[in-house]
Write a protein that binds this ligand. Structure first.
Ligand SMILES: *Cc1c(COP(=O)(O)O)cnc(C)c1O
Length: 390
């Protein structure tokens, strides 16, 4: 089966990891700050804080921004469950804002209307988490302006969007948010196996995130509550977590980031090739915007269900039977059983639900060959032609 995503590990990556395995530190050593410096540079951020996953990063970013019981986080329903779960870890409530039909990104008009209603009812959220779906940045200038006007903190879920850019700057440079969270899971743009990074330009948030990722413990003299009895002393000043990345993982990430321009170039090339090979089929291509460039984590098409005459499920099954590992992004988060138990139901976010019914993610990854891509296109042509004439 041709997978929808696949990591690419080269000899240089293996050499970098092997060097850590031969060194004095497997964790909490020099590979972490080296990786963090490279991520910060790639994304134009002042601080990068490496953590064990993007999920951990979202959790810590929520805590550092003061999310807790009695407060609410809003996010997109068209995302992985982690974008919402981070609020629940903090004891906070979750609500969703519907998406744009074409891009699957947070809809600015829906956000504006929901914020106005929430302001009138005195129920504004504390945190907003826009998700750069498939790697295409959200309309961050408009989203940030609305959030600022209502005093809402913003965490960008950029798990898909390492290397994407928006209005002349990289995603993660902090022009439009308090924090940006990246994922280095194996299916994402670049990998550490499992891993995440929180980017921020705020010194206070960076220091807090560093403390929270290691049990709430600090050795920073200005963070101690009393003069230390000796150089061995540390203080746990709050309840934190064990969310650190290892040096082994950081070395892999550092090496992968050296290859990021090449990863992005190839993904963009394959996406453009899909665009031209799929023209004319009864489907909508992934959205593009003139003021931003996707990192192409995913290549999601929207089937024109009226014109192909079959369900997405039938097209999915036909392609899988042909050895094409298509996927579906995403089952709307509010329809997961856990969120239904919290009161959400079908019909709550119609644009996200309509996208889900028609969407199909085609394989796209750095190491994919043009022959493999041609096989995907041929299988899709066959599946949709048969359905059109049926
Ligand atoms: C992958 C993903 C996450 C979680 O990333 P992990 O590193 O696996 O924790 C969060 N949000 C989105 C949108 C993702 O795709």
């Amino acid at each position: 089966m041709l997978p929808y995503a696949r990591q690419n590990v080269a000899e240089d990556d293996i050499t970098a990891v092997a060097a850590v395995l031969r060194s004095a530190f497997l964790t909490q050593g020099p590979a972490i700050p080296r990786f963090e410096a490279r991520v910060a540079e790639c994304c134009g951020a002042k601080h990068a804080v490496a953590v064990s996953s993007a999920t951990a990063g979202l959790h810590l970013a929520c805590l550092a921004l003061g999310l807790g019981a009695g407060r609410t986080l809003w996010t997109s329903p068209n995302t992985f469950v982690a974008s919402a779960n981070c609020a629940r870890y903090c004891g906070a409530e979750v609500d969703f804002v519907d998406v744009e039909a074409d891009s699957g990104n947070l809809c600015v008009a829906a956000l504006a209307a929901k914020l106005a209603a929430a302001a009138a009812a005195n129920r504004l959220p504390a945190v907003l988490v826009p998700v750069h779906f498939a790697g295409l940045p959200c309309a961050m200038a408009e989203i940030a302006a609305l959030a600022r006007a209502h005093g809402v903190a913003v965490i960008e879920d950029a798990a898909h969007a390492l290397g994407a850019n928006y209005r002349g700057g990289p995603v993660g440079d902090g022009r439009f948010s308090d924090c940006t969270v990246l994922s280095f899971h194996a299916v994402k743009i670049a990998t550490t196996g499992e891993g995440g990074v929180v980017l921020t330009n705020r010194d206070d948030l960076a220091a807090h995130l560093r403390r929270l990722r290691t049990h709430g413990i600090t050795r920073e003299p200005h963070e101690l509550t009393a003069p230390p009895e000796g150089p061995w002393c540390y203080e746990q000043v709050e309840l934190g977590f064990h969310y650190r990345l290892t040096d082994i993982q950081a070395a892999l990430g550092w090496s992968q980031l050296a290859r990021l321009p090449e990863f992005l170039r190839r993904r963009r090339e394959l996406a453009a090739r899909y665009d031209s090979l799929l023209a004319g089929l009864p489907l909508a291509l992934p959205a593009r915007r003139s003021d931003r460039e996707s990192s192409w984590h995913l290549y999601p098409v929207q089937l024109d269900l009226g014109r192909c005459g079959r369900s997405r499920s039938e097209v999915y099954t036909t392609l899988r039977a042909a050895g094409i590992g298509v996927n579906v992004h995403y089952l709307p988060v509010h329809l997961q059983p856990y969120y239904r138990r919290l009161g959400f139901k079908p019909g709550d976010f119609p644009a996200a639900e309509a996208r889900y019914a028609a969407t199909l993610t085609l394989p796209l990854f750095y190491g994919m060959t043009e022959a493999q891509q041609d096989a995907v296109v041929a299988a899709l042509h066959a599946a949709l032609r048969r359905e059109e004439s049926a």
